[in-house]
Design a binder for this molecule. Structure first.
Ligand code: G4P
Length: 197
């Protein structure tokens, strides 16, 4: 079991509806030492990749991305959620649907901060249905840049996102893959790998 899985077992709370609350260390109160370990681990997993920028999405991805970026020595750009219909031509725009919240957002990134020379690592806290990631991938594509890899803290392995993204051929690394959870006894089941990654 790795450091993030251990922390999920210690401080994560399983709620009804397959929701894992991790707000005491990941997406409300933030444990920066933990984020630092995550940065070190992503650096190891994406060793040798030519990465010059990190792209994430507001809000919860930003803190993690900033700490991870210290390990790569690159800037962070975050996609902004916008309800505005008056977006000028200086922005890349993607539509992101949230299955959890049943909302649709446009996410935008200024053309000033992403272009065809960029080799991008995408970072986010959760991967569930993959809509946020698809939006970020679309934005990098619009810019003509390259997605070098995708780093996720917690993947919900029983939702479709991880499979879709891997089938598209992206190098996706999730630090913890939750394959099941039970709100009654609070248990969390992680995907087990044959070899130590
Ligand atoms: P998707 O982006 O993978 O398609 O995710 P989905 O629409 O299913 O999830 C919507 C939001 O709910 C995302 O945050 C995602 O991070 C979060 N989420 C999904 N499953 C869980 C879970 O089990 N526990 C927690 N704590 N969050 C979960 P968001 O609202 O888009 O962004 P943010 O503003 O919170 O960062």
């Amino acid at each position: 079991m790795n450091f993030l899985e251990e922390r999920i077992l210690k401080d994560g709370v399983v709620k009804e509806g397959n929701v894992l609350k991790v707000d005491s260390f990941l997406n409300h109160q933030m444990d920066i030492e933990l984020f630092d370990q995550m940065g070190e681990e992503f650096k190891r997993r994406f060793e040798g990749k030519n990465i010059n920028k990190i792209l994430t999405i507001e809000a919860s991805g930003i803190g993690i991305a900033c700490v991870v970026a210290r390990h790569f020595g690159v800037p962070v750009v975050f996609a902004k959620k916008s309800k505005s219909i008056n977006i000028d031509g200086d922005m890349y725009i993607a539509e992101v649907e949230s299955f959890t919240h049943k909302t649709k957002n446009q996410v935008i990134v200024s053309k000033k901060f992403l272009n065809e020379d960029d080799h991008v690592l995408l970072i986010d806290d959760f991967l569930a249905n993959g809509c946020a990631l698809q939006g970020m991938i679309s934005i990098v594509e619009q810019a003509g840049g390259t997605v070098e890899g995708i780093g996720i803290a917690i993947e919900k392995g029983f939702q479709i996102g991880g499979q879709v993204i891997r089938n598209l051929g992206y190098h996706l690394e999730s630090l913890a893959i939750v394959d099941g959870m039970n709100a009654e006894d609070g248990s969390v089941e992680f995907r087990v790998y044959d070899e130590d990654k």
